[in-house]
Design a protein around this ligand. Sequence first.
Ligand code: NDP
Ligand code: OXD
Length: 310
Amino acid sequence: MQCALVSRGFDLRDYYGKAFDKVADRIQMQSHPADDPAEVRMAVAWHPPADAFDRYPNLQAVCTIGAGADNVLACPSLRPGIDVVRVVDPAQAEMMSGFITWHVIWHQRRFASYLAQQRRSEWRRLPQRAARSVPVALLGYGQIGSRVAADLTQLGFPVLAWSRTPKSMPPGMRGFHGGDGLFAMLREAEVLVNLLPLTPETRGILNRDVFAALQPGGYLIQVGRGEHLAEADLLAALDSGQLAGASLDVFAREPLAGDHVFWQHPKIVLTPHDACDVSNDALVGTLLSTAEAIETGRRPPGAVDRVRGY
Ligand code: NDP
Ligand code: OXD
């Protein structure tokens, strides 16, 4: 099967060439624009150019190279009826959980203060706080959120989680849903972790009302999408002390501009959208199952609900 590689700003082969080699006997990868567009029935895409899919009249499915499908769903040339398939990867959920846990403990154990003290050669012990006294709220309880919730619970943190639909939660966690549920959860939380997909309902959700509802001196861990965050509201919450700090991995404009205020902000820890990529193995599995579904006339596993937006 012919598959077009469609992205803006970087070469997908640089990241996932090994995965493409593994499926080469079944799926032939063509750089976009492909020479024989009518033969192309699937694509791998990340931030595709606006007109990218116009070229392929027989395109049936587009695989993302990530857990989030928002950048493909937003492409104007994605015709109705083309399936968008995201990668669901337990190995990625495990690594995301490690990343998030590190930032939760960074806040709980006051490592930002200790780093500042070290820079001043200052020996001073700060009050210790047990994990059980630092409630963590998760926005999103899906593939990744549920793994993070389990791991944080294991470490003793009280975990609250917000989803669109009600969930039955394991012991030690509490679930919330809907607008009222969101604010009921936030009022009990000190750390807020954003693990939502970007949809019309979730765009801009990290805003002043949400920050104000958290316990004073709260902390934000933002690993969803940059467009979830109202940047000016975050800066105001950091300035007022309502938030003690924030860890940011995703940004509305990536790469983040060199003169952006976030780079030098003393209360912000910043990483370049690096919380965790999907693994080669998971991408191989997604490519093969998508090709097989197209060949047998089925909907590919992992196809997102295009109306719901995730
Ligand atoms: P899932 O689709 O498995 O889970 C999404 C969760 O969000 C579900 O619990 C869903 O609720 C909830 N949700 C969606 N819309 C709403 C809403 N309007 N109100 C309340 N809850 C809502 O996604 P993943 O866990 O796999 O990934 C989540 C996101 O994490 C990705 O979309 C991506 O943005 C981000 N990500 C970032 C990475 C990074 O490197 N920084 C790496 C990987 C992912 P319900 O269960 O009811 O459907
Ligand atoms: C993402 C990913 O969706 O890296 O951000 O998987």
